[in-house]
Design a protein around this ligand. Sequence first.
Ligand code: ADP
Ligand code: GN1
Ligand code: MG
Length: 363
Amino acid sequence: MDRGELIQKFAVEGNAASFCEYGNGHINRTYLAEIEQGGKREKFIFQKINTDIFRNVDQLMENIMGVTSFLGRKIAEQGGDPNRETLQVIPTREGASYYRDEEGCYRMYRFITGAVSLDAVRKPGDFYESAAAFGNFQALLADYPAETLHETIPDFHNTAKRYAAFRQAVEEDVCGRVKLVGPEIEFLRKRERELSVLADLLEAGELPLRVTHNDTKLNNIMIDAESGKGICVIDLDTVMPGLSVYDFGDSIRFGANTAAEDETDLGKVSLDLELYGLYVKGYLEGCRGKLTEKEVALLPMGAKMMTMECGMRFLTDYLSGDTYFRIHRENHNLDRCRTQFALAEDMERKWARMEELTAAVSG
Ligand code: ADP
Ligand code: GN1
Ligand code: MG
């Protein structure tokens, strides 16, 4: 079925005028579809869902429909515009949340106009605004019925289990790449015990399980082109019960790195402490006092844990033959892994400052 026919399966009038790959996500295939409607071109986001990763698309879309309608109601109550401030799924002509054919599963979203998603912080204010928006997302979902959410990727941020998967990939060495990554394996081996501290605190009841986004990188938020405010959190595939410090940490991992996630010159990789401090401020303001003291104290650990975990996931994928994250060049996952580990090492050097800044902002 061609793209025009696929679009016809959704409840939108008009004909597809253009269709092109869009964005820099690593998981789904995202397209910008422009549709001719009454002499005007309307934009839509069309996605082919990665069903190797999201095995149960009914459950995935049930989560998204639940979360977006919940958010839409709250945003409207607070006088906001649900069309711009939360994702809006365009149903199929049959009224389903996605369309399935023999080649895959597809969904459509209303395009959030007048906004941008950034792959790097342009100015510190962008990062602060993204923090406030992710914090607000956390606060808005604080009373979402967590038990109704499906675990779209089981053990997504269970770093200890991720370590076990990494060890298995080393053991299997399906591509013969283990010999190329001695220092990276050593990096993780040295930190093995630390990898489970947050999961252990959760299990011990010292950290609360919340409804979290779990994939809070900067390009998963839309920033209003005029006001510069973070207006809409997108990429809701991994909204699941999780830890607030994971959401905080993943944003730091991506946005407070002075280099790109896949930078090959590791000399450029470091933690920007100014951005770190700004994010703490924005996130705590957005959360509106909902985090416990312990959660706040563990924000630096959240940042380091997400950085190590993500590096480990890139490394595992490199060892397994690059089957999970979309790559655009040879060794891409290895490059991504190395930047993460370099960033985590820089966090270790700056640990005292990270803790001081966290305490100063929250105190
Ligand atoms: P992935 O899971 O692959 O990361 P995303 O859902 O994050 O896919 O989409 C990829 C990119 O597409 C985003 O980073 C953003 O730039 C753009 N995008 C996604 N949804 C919308 C939307 N509703 N409006 C405008 N842009 C969007
Ligand atoms: C993936 O989907 P995207 O590109 O926003 C991944 C995240 C990683 C991130 C690393 C479902 O995010 O967990 O942190 O790449 N998403 C999934 O850039 O695995
Ligand atoms: Mg994304």
